[in-house]
Design a binder for this molecule. Structure first.
Ligand code: PMP
Length: 362
């Protein structure tokens, strides 16, 4: 089969080496004569996988021992509920920064549990979408925490600043579409969470990194499977965890280490994004309407000047092995998601196709 590059926003492309390894050991995992999916999560073999995955993640992100790592169900949206249920701690408000679709979705969910103080950070700079600088976010004195989403998967908008608020501000952040794409100073956050299906592994797993002192404050009505303390006390095995997703994510962590860790990923990710934005910016045929400082390096939305050509672009790009480029319905146009597993060569193939398409149809 001809080489395919999958630009899906999630579930997204996984490293080919990881898929090959999973395929090789699928039916006979560790000589047990069964797959990893069929063994007890409490058995020695799986526990070893689970512990190694956590340690590898800790190594990659340099997570201090004062932070707990939880392997959860419920995806990113599950955490939209889990964060207020665990972190409000009796308070009635939290600061929520709105800079895009997913931040707004988190706000909608939070309204079930508190009265969020919404900080509207959506601005326009030189006619392009942008985000208000962190120094201009007006926090409320009685907020239990500050929530924001550093990478808006749909809007293609990123907040690249590292939070630097006073130490009592508990920062909770939705890293679903940007975790592991670059080094991260975990100590600036109270809670970091991410659905796995973009830059970690398959859907079904979400990862939470939470500062130890924030445990034990869950609301009485918090479902046990969302309660960070319950999950922590039970090694993320209060109920049956998504074992296959956990195992496969563990393979991805090992692959990331082999690639040279997050500094190495960061460098390739920068090259990939620069290449794609350069082709867009150097043309009147393609357009991205996000201000350069807030452009996402993971999700690159772009429009064709003539939207009548959208269907043809998608048809021809698919035939060229460049899949899943259709933009999200709320933004339209195209979107290329270029997470860690997308090689530079895939982005090169896309840009070559774009230049050629413009030459033929422009
Ligand atoms: N947050 C972000 C930034 C996302 O991109 C997504 C999914 N695209 C979600 C949350 C929701 O994740 P899930 O579908 O796993 O609930």
């Amino acid at each position: 089969m001809a080489q395919v590059f999958n630009f899906s926003s999630g579930p997204a492309m996984l490293p080919a080496d990881v898929l090959k390894q999973a395929q090789q050991e699928l039916c006979d995992w560790r000589g047990l004569g069964t797959s990893v999916m069929e063994v007890s999560h409490r058995g020695k073999a799986f526990i070893q996988v689970a512990e190694e995955a956590e340690q590898d993640l800790r190594d990659l992100l340099n997570i201090p021992s004062s932070y707990k790592v939880l392997f959860c169900h419920g995806g990113g949206r599950g955490q939209f509920s889990a964060v207020p249920l665990n972190i409000l701690g009796g308070r009635t408000t939290a600061d929520y920064v709105d800079a895009g679709y997913w931040a707004a979705s988190a706000i909608k969910e939070a309204k079930k549990y508190c009265t969020p103080n919404v900080i509207d950070a959506r601005i326009t700079v030189d006619g392009r979408r942008a985000v208000r600088a962190m120094s201009e976010w007006t926090l409320s004195a009685d907020a239990a925490y500050l929530h924001y989403c550093p990478n808006e998967t749909i809007d293609g908008v990123a907040i690249n600043e590292t939070p630097n608020f006073s130490p009592e501000v508990v920062v909770a952040a939705d890293f679903s579409s940007t975790i592991l794409s670059a080094p991260l100073d975990v100590t600036r956050f109270g809670v970091i969470y991410a659905g796995a299906q973009k830059n970690i592994g398959p859907a079904g797993l979400s990862i939470v990194i939470v500062r130890e002192d924030l445990l034990g404050k869950a609301h009485a009505s918090c479902p046990s499977i969302l309660d960070y303390s319950v999950l922590n006390d039970n090694g993320s095995m209060f109920n049956t965890p998504p074992t296959f997703a956990w195992y496969l994510s563990g393979l991805v962590f090992k692959w990331l280490k082999q690639q040279g860790g997050l500094a190495a990923m960061d460098s390739v990710n920068q090259q990939k994004a620069a290449l794609l934005y350069e082709v867009i910016d150097n043309s009147d045929f393609y357009r991205n309407d996000v201000a350069p400082a807030n452009r996402s390096r993971m999700n690159v939305p772009f429009q064709l000047a003539d939207s009548a050509l959208d269907a043809l672009f998608l048809e021809e790009s698919f035939s060229a092995g460049l899949h899943a480029l259709k933009g999200h319905r709320v933004v339209g146009g195209m979107r290329a998601s270029i997470y860690n597993a997308m090689p530079l060569e895939g982005v090169r193939a896309l840009t070559e196709f774009m230049v050629d398409f413009e030459r033929r149809r422009g």
